[in-house]
Design a protein around this ligand. Sequence first.
Ligand SMILES: CSCCC(=O)C(=O)COP(=O)(O)O
Ligand SMILES: [Mg+2]
Length: 236
Amino acid sequence: MSSAATPRVVLLDIEGTTAPVSFVHKVLFPYARTHLARVMAEHSADPVVQQAVADIAKVAPGVPPLEQLERWMDEDAKVAPLKALQGLVWAEGYKRGALVARLYPDVVPELECWYRAGIELAVYSSGSEPAQKLIYGHTEQGDVTPLFSRFFDLRVGGKKEAASYSALVQEAGWQPHDVLFLSDVTAELDAAAQAGLRVCQIVRPEDGTVAGTEHAVAGNLIEAAHIFGLPVVGQA
Ligand SMILES: CSCCC(=O)C(=O)COP(=O)(O)O
Ligand SMILES: [Mg+2]
């Protein structure tokens, strides 16, 4: 459903929307793959590791956890045990300065503009909530986590399921039509639109994103702001 009213909430995907696909696939994912076995061994008593190993045993009984994790990484599977463990590995990488998050140049200025205007900002990513806080806590522009009021991950469900968007708006106490969801993936936008959210595809030339035909399309957050009547950085 569309509405002329300005969205009160902007819900943002990460990969392909605020961060380049190349940063996630060529920096974050390889870092996690390289250090996963060691970090799991060094943190074997950590509840994150124990829960992930227990979850893997439920879905892949008899398969060694690292073998299953390798399979999931090969498939880019959006599954909670892998995402929780990747977050643990990245925590170490950010802490020792090996990782610094790259966001698209329009992202921080435009999010700050929306934040200052009283628009509520939230994240919905397949990356775990701790991983989301890490990426936004260690950007080239510094810690931008205070811009966001909420961080939703796979605990509300998969991003291609309409029920996940219904669950997250209910948890936050939002009306679906007050929320604008920005993502590069049309199947995610289809699901969000089915749940009554307003949606816009972010089509980043650097990522080679292909524009869909069903939803509004913007090349960056500033173009999305123009389309949906949100404040635009640098304009009074
Ligand atoms: C928290 S940054 C890494 C994101 C991630 O692990 C991923 O799989 C990408 O998910 P998104 O939903 O942001 O496209
Ligand atoms: Mg994405």
